[in-house]
Design a binder for this molecule. Structure first.
Ligand code: UDP
Ligand code: MG
Length: 308
C-alpha cells in the first residue's frame, strides 16, 4: 500500500524543505512518495527540489514544466505519473496541515465503500463571491459542488484513472472530480496562514475561474439565451400588433423617440451579452479542437526509464 503525494509548486522556494519535513513527520510509518511539479517557477524552486532529490532519491520525484501551465495542469501531470494505490493533492505552502493526510489515508483504508476524501475549507471570513459561485455553478451544471470544497483530496487508484480519462485541455478540477462520480467523503479542515511566499490568486482570477467552470460543465447559459430570445420575440410581436392596431385606428403617431431608443439599447445589450456567451463556448471548442498538450515537461527526475 503506497501513497503518492502530488505537490504543485509555483515559486515556492522557501516552502519546499519545510513542507517535505512536515509531511515526513506526519506520515511516519506510512510508505509514501513525493511527486513535485515545478510549474515553471521563476525562483529557485527547481533548484531546491533537486537538492531534495539528492537527499532522498528513493521517495522524491520531480516534473519540471517548460513554463507556467497552472495548477490544474500540474495536478494532471501528478496523476499521470502516480502509480500508487492512493494519491493525494496537497499545496506546498503548508496552509493544509499534513496531519490530515493520515486522517484521509486511514479513512480510505477503513472504509472501502468510499473512493475519495475531499477536505472542505472552514472559512475564516465569509467569502461572499466564492459562495455565490459555488451555488451558481452547482445549479447550472447539475453537479454537486460542495461549498468550500478544495483540491486537498485523496483518491484511490480507480478514481485517478477516471480523472485521467477526462482528457480535456481546459481543466476545471472541481467539476472533473464531481463529474467522475465515485463515493466521496467530505471532511473539513482549517486553512492555515501561508508559511512563505505569496498566493497566486486574485479576486479577478476567481471571476474568470468561475466563468471557465460554468462554461466547461454546463451549456445552460446557451439554453437561457434561447429562452430569452423566444421571450423577447414574443413580447415584440405583441407590441407590433398593438402598434399596428393603434396606427390603423388613430393614425400615425410620430413621437416615441425615447421609448424606441430604450428598446433598441436594451435589445442591443442583450444581443451583445449573448454573443459573448456564444463566443465563450466557441472559444472553448476552438481550444479543445487544437488538442494541444495539457503540459510540456522540461525535465523529469526520479522516474523509472520505462515509464517515460
Ligand atoms: N500553484 C501552481 N501553479 C500556479 C499557481 C499555483 O502550481 O500557477 C500551486 C502553488 O505553488 C501552491 C498551490 O498551487 O502549492 C496553491 O496555490 P496558492 O497557495 O497560491 O493558492 P491559495 O492557497 O491562495 O488558494
Ligand atoms: Mg495557498
Amino acid at each position: 500500500m503506497k501513497l503518492d503525494i502530488i505537490v504543485p509548486a509555483y515559486n515556492e522556494e522557501d516552502n519546499i524543505f519545510n513542507f517535505y519535513d512536515a509531511v515526513n513527520e506526519a506520515l511516519k510509518g506510512i510508505k509514501h512518495n513525493f511527486i513535485f511539479i515545478d510549474d515553471g517557477s521563476k525562483d529557485k524552486t527547481l533548484q531546491k527540489l533537486k537538492e531534495l532529490y539528492k537527499k532522498d532519491d528513493e521517495n522524491v520525484k520531480i516534473i519540471s514544466f517548460s513554463r507556467n501551465f497552472g495548477k490544474e495542469a500540474a495536478m494532471y501531470a501528478g496523476f499521470l505519473y502516480s502509480k500508487a494505490d492512493y494519491a493525494c493533492i496537497i499545496d506546498c505552502d503548508l496552509q493544509q496541515d499534513p496531519a490530515y493526510l493520515v486522517k484521509m489515508y486511514d479513512f480510505l483504508r477503513e472504509n472501502d465503500q468510499y473512493d475519495a476524501v475531499c477536505m472542505c475549507q472552514k472559512q475564516k471570513k465569509k467569502r461572499g463571491l466564492q459562495r455565490m459561485f459555488y451555488k451558481l455553478m452547482g445549479k447550472l451544471s447539475n453537479m454537486e459542488i460542495v461549498d468550500g470544497a478544495s483540491d486537498f483530496r485523496m483518491f484511490r487508484k480507480n478514481v485517478v484513472e477516471a480523472i485521467l480519462e477526462m482528457s480535456e485541455r481546459n481543466r476545471f478540477s472541481k467539476g472533473i472530480f464531481s463529474y467522475v462520480g465515485f463515493r466521496t467523503y467530505y471532511d473539513s479542515y482549517k486553512v492555515k496562514e501561508r508559511k512563505a511566499g505569496v498566493s497566486k490568486w486574485s479576486k479577478f482570477k476567481l471571476l474568470n475561474y468561475a466563468f471557465d467552470g460554468i462554461v466547461s460543465f454546463s451549456t445552460k447559459p446557451l439554453r437561457f439565451a434561447t429562452y430569452t430570445g423566444v421571450l423577447t420575440s414574443f413580447i415584440a410581436f405583441i407590441y407590433l400588433i398593438v402598434i399596428l392596431i393603434k396606427t390603423f385606428t388613430t393614425g400615425v403617431d410620430t413621437p416615441g423617440y425615447a421609448s424606441l431608443m430604450c428598446v433598441m439599447l436594451f435589445l442591443g445589450g442583450i444581443q451583445l451579452i449573448f454573443l459573448g456567451i456564444l463566443g465563450e463556448y466557441l472559444g472553448k471548442t476552438y481550444n479543445e479542437t487544437k488538442r494541444r498538450p495539457i503540459f510540456i515537461a522540461r525535465e523529469r527526475i526520479g522516474f523509472d526509464e520505462d515509464f517515460l
